[in-house]
Ligand binder design. Structure first.
Ligand SMILES: Nc1nc2c(c(=O)[nH]1)N[C@H]1C(S)=C(S)[C@@H](COP(=O)(O)O)O[C@H]1N2
Ligand SMILES: [Mo]
Length: 386
């Protein structure tokens, strides 16, 4: 395989002129027939709850029970703007910055010819569960009111970031790696070198065995397992390797903890929190009698060990759910619980425990933050039995 060692001056000239983004983005409006103006895939109301023009929450009740990998047609979409339509013929991955030995430029053919690995991992938006700050705690927060469906599991195939960085060679000064998106926003977010070098941090070009779909970052996106979805930059055009941490919107204004509980410098969000959800509409209506309730649970740290369920709004958790199907680390598992329900209202509150003993904090311990990130407490799911 031939790798182009493009000179740094030439790269900067291109980047500085906005040439890369301009050359790659197709004419605005191209391919906008399906699923609304800003996204490419079809987004039927049976499968998704829409939040504005370019965000779509998975209806967890539409997922095939027991199958951990989320079908692409149901995988949530969270974009800061419209999905860019990039052409693989024009696309380049530039690996550069003040902490590489020699800048490298790869074509799409060169990228997909590199040795790949396939990992099953979940993505979840930092704002998943935001609706529960006002709903359960009466706290107003800024942002889209996602419930539990900004979560999805995929089989990601791609090239470890460590292999890509090795092509450019790291200087001793290398400390930060920032994938940069080719969307109009130029969305980017840096991660410490240690996270970029982890074995399962990859630049993915396939999802569930298909070429990466447009809305999920075609031609390539990073997958940063266990971290907030915002770290998994889509439509990646560059990996910038630097000695100093770059300051961008996604680590200064967004995806940081703000509010009265965080008086000092705002903590920058990294890892997600362990969660669980009931996979039913909100609120749900079911026939009274003996029913099996299904849900999902997931942890950014490993496998799920247990899901305990409360039927009294989270006071006691006397029931252990059965775990169903695959239970994969940093992906999740399905669970189910049989209930005998007379007509009337009931809440079902799952609480997950992972193999390292992490669990969900009680609601009273949920710390608020202005942007409603990382809601972690067990959620009482309302069900009316009729
Ligand atoms: N380039 C780019 N990458 C991005 C985003 C974006 O707006 N632009 N959104 C981020 C956020 S906030 C999340 S939660 C995930 C969502 O990935 P998905 O749409 O494939 O589910 O992508 C991340 N990567
Ligand atoms: Mo996100």
């Amino acid at each position: 395989m031939r790798i182009h060692h493009r000179s740094r001056r030439r790269f900067l000239a291109l980047a500085g002129g906005g040439g890369i983004t301009a050359a790659l983005a197709c004419a605005p409006g191209a391919g906008r027939a399906r699923g609304g103006p800003e996204l490419v895939k079809a987004l039927s109301p049976e499968l998704f709850i829409r939040h504005g023009a370019h965000n779509a929450e998975t209806r967890l009740e539409s997922l095939p029970v027991g199958r951990l990998v989320t079908p692409i047609d149901r995988f949530y979409v969270r974009n800061h703007g419209p999905t860019p339509r990039l052409s693989p013929a024009d696309w380049r991955l530039e690996i550069h910055g003040d902490a590489v030995e020699r800048p490298v430029s790869l074509t799409y053919e060169e990228l997909v010819a590199l040795p790949t690995m396939t990992i099953t991992r979940y993505l979840e938006c930092a704002g998943n569960g935001r609706a529960y700050f006002p709903d359960l705690l009466g706290l107003p927060v800024d942002g889209d009111p996602w419930r539990d469906g900004a979560y999805g599991v995929a089989e990601w195939t791609g090239v470890p970031l460590s292999s890509l960085l090795a092509l450019a060679g790291l200087r001793d000064s290398a400390a930060w790696v920032m994938p940069v998106g080719l969307d109009a926003e130029g969305y980017a977010r840096p991660m410490p070198l240690a996270k970029a070098m982890m074995a399962d941090t990859i630049l993915a070009h396939r999802m569930n065995g298909e070429a990466l779909p447009m809305d999920h970052g075609f031609p390539a996106r990073v997958v940063v397992p266990g971290w907030i979805g915002a770290a998994s930059v889509k439509w990646v055009g560059a990996l910038e390797v630097t000695a100093q941490q770059p300051a961008v919107a996604a680590n200064t204004e967004d995806y940081v903890m703000l509010g009265a509980d965080y008086p000092g410098p705002p903590p920058v969000l990294t890892a997600l929190v362990i969660k669980s959800a009931v996979c039913l509409p909100w609120p749900a209506v079911l026939p009274a009698g003996r029913r099996t309730i299904h849900g999902l649970a997931w942890s950014p740290f490993g496998k799920i060990a247990r899901v305990d369920v409360s039927l009294d709004g989270g006071r006691t958790y006397p029931r252990a759910a059965r775990l169903v199907g695959d239970n994969l680390p940093v992906a999740g598992t399905w669970w189910e619980l049989d209930v005998e329900a007379p007509p009337g209202d009931l809440t079902v509150t799952p609480r997950a425990v992972d193999e390292h003993g992490h669990t969900q904090p009680p609601l009273v311990q949920q710390r608020p933050n202005d942007k409603g990130y990382l809601f972690a407490a067990p959620v009482p799911h309302p069900i009316r039995f009729v």
